[in-house]
Design a protein. Structure first.
Length: 265
């Protein structure tokens, strides 16, 4: 069949050079000509150089594709590990079951409302999933206490952002996801913890998360109190504009809620 096609096209001359890289044949560079061809040394040398460059290009393309595939697999492994850590925290702190997934989803939606780019959304998602990972260092008798904490117990509880930083900062791929675990208890007016950051000193992701976190906490039942009515939660968060929360974030958050009201509303 191939020979009949060659005859039909009137092809008289054929040259073929294997495309080889790292000892593997990746293909063949083929040249067909309809008239007699008597190539000189320079022509043949050029053809060999062309085949060599094509081999390199194909090899590089395959290497890039393999690297992309490896990076995708690695990223999925990272995310699976993070999800596992997050689930482990939820199992230990039963009173906040489902909290992590809810706040992660709402924080991502809020970030998208501010036009945050996809690359940064990855870090926000990781940080939100791991926001309370530092509580792994809090004793059970404090973490799972059925009633309000004493002052001394709160002093221990307020260490969990620092524990989160200590746990996660040695992990290079989580460096850009540290803002939420480390800073989500900072307050706009500088009265938060662990470092007393104020205003725009607080990373943007942590400012977003702070609003969502308080909304979900007050909207959920806890062993020591029943959930608040939605209107009461709204009034509390509005009252904290410029104190606990950045005002513009509160405004965008409520706009987002009004456009997509909670299922229980």
């Amino acid at each position: 069949m191939v020979s009949s096609l060659i005859r039909e096209e009137g092809l008289l001359v054929y040259y073929g050079l294997p495309l080889i890289t790292k000892g593997q044949v990746l293909g063949v560079l083929e040249i067909f000509h309809r008239s007699p061809l008597d190539p000189d040394h320079d022509w043949l040398e050029f053809l060999e150089g062309l085949a060599e460059q094509a081999s390199i290009a194909i090899g590089d393309a395959e290497l890039f594709e393999n690297l992309q595939h490896s990076n995708t697999q690695l990223s999925r492994a990272y995310d699976a590990t993070i999800a596992g850590w997050s689930h482990a925290m939820d199992l230990r702190d039963e009173e906040t079951e489902g909290h992590t997934q809810r706040v992660t989803e709402k924080t991502l939606n809020l970030a998208m409302a501010f036009g945050v780019e996809a690359e940064e959304l990855v870090n926000i998602r990781r940080g939100a999933l791991l926001h309370d990972i530092g509580k792994m260092g809090i004793p059970d008798e404090i973490l799972r206490k059925a009633g309000p904490l004493t002052d001394s117990e709160w002093e221990v509880m307020r260490k969990h952002p620092r524990y989160a930083y200590d746990m996660l900062s040695p992990i290079e791929y989580l460096h850009l996801a540290l803002d939420i675990p480390y800073c989500h208890h900072e307050k706009w007016d500088g009265t938060g913890y662990p470092r007393g950051l104020k205003g725009e000193q607080i990373p943007f992701a942590a400012r977003l998360f702070a609003v969502v976190d308080v909304w979900d906490a007050l909207s959920s039942d806890r062993p020591y109190r029943k959930k608040w009515a939605e209107q009461k939660v709204r009034e509390h968060i509005r009252a904290q504009k410029g104190l606990h929360f950045e005002a513009r974030i509160v405004d965008v958050f409520f706009k987002m809620l009004d456009e997509n009201p909670p299922a229980s509303a």
